[in-house]
Design a protein around this ligand. Structure first.
Ligand code: URA
Length: 196
């Protein structure tokens, strides 16, 4: 079985057993997607309307912006792995509730244990606060964070960025996000060099 097929099975199994309330109102589940060998995993908040209809993460306007930013660092969507803290769209695009994030957490941990990325990039404060509840994105964006989690011990480096949807129409936040995003290649290099 290829790594892609194994990941697909991981998602299907978790979808079958998931008891999250959001599953009842979503049109489709939105599984993580991309290269299972990726050095980077991007974690967003929750699927929106378009993602719910197409059953794919980040395919709406924030996804377009994310793809554009990937191009600026010579990467394509297919090179990386993109997922969300919850796999079902919250009704009316409200924020996912803490208990909903908790329900989907083991699923996310399983993805991370499977991929073992060198770097996890949080897209927005919701994704960051799932792992670092006490940090403020305005203080920490663009700075490398190091921590070991027992649930996925192979990944110890994290970077929090503003969410593309929040930055899309906010000039200064957009500039900051683009600037922070461009740090990714150097950060990756630094992590890899430190591991040698
Ligand atoms: N915003 C997110 O956080 N995730 C998506 O998949 C789409 C938009």
């Amino acid at each position: 079985m290829s790594k892609k097929e194994a990941l697909q099975r991981l998602h299907e199994r978790n979808h079958d057993i998931c008891t999250c309330e959001l599953k009842k109102t979503a049109t489709h589940p939105v599984f993580g997607e991309g290269n299972p060998e990726s050095e980077i995993v991007f974690i967003g908040e929750a699927p929106g309307k378009r993602e719910d209809l197409e059953s794919k993460p980040f395919v709406g306007s924030s996804g377009k912006f994310l793809t554009e930013m990937l191009t600026t660092i010579d990467m394509k969507r297919e090179d990386v792995y993109i997922t969300n803290t919850v796999k079902y769209r919250p009704p009316d695009n409200r924020d996912p509730l803490p208990e909903e994030k908790e329900e989907c957490k083991d699923w996310l941990y399983e993805e991370l244990r499977y991929i073992k990325p060198a770097l996890i990039v949080f897209l927005g404060r919701h994704a960051m606060n799932t792992f670092f509840p006490d940090l403020k994105i305005s203080d920490i964006h663009g700075k490398l964070i190091e921590k070991t989690f027992t649930d996925f011990p192979d990944t110890t480096h994290f970077l929090a960025l503003y969410h593309p949807a929040a930055a899309l129409y906010n000039g200064s936040m957009r500039e900051t996000l683009i600037k922070d995003f461009k740090k990714i290649p150097k950060i990756l290099q630094k992590i890899k060099t430190a591991k040698i």
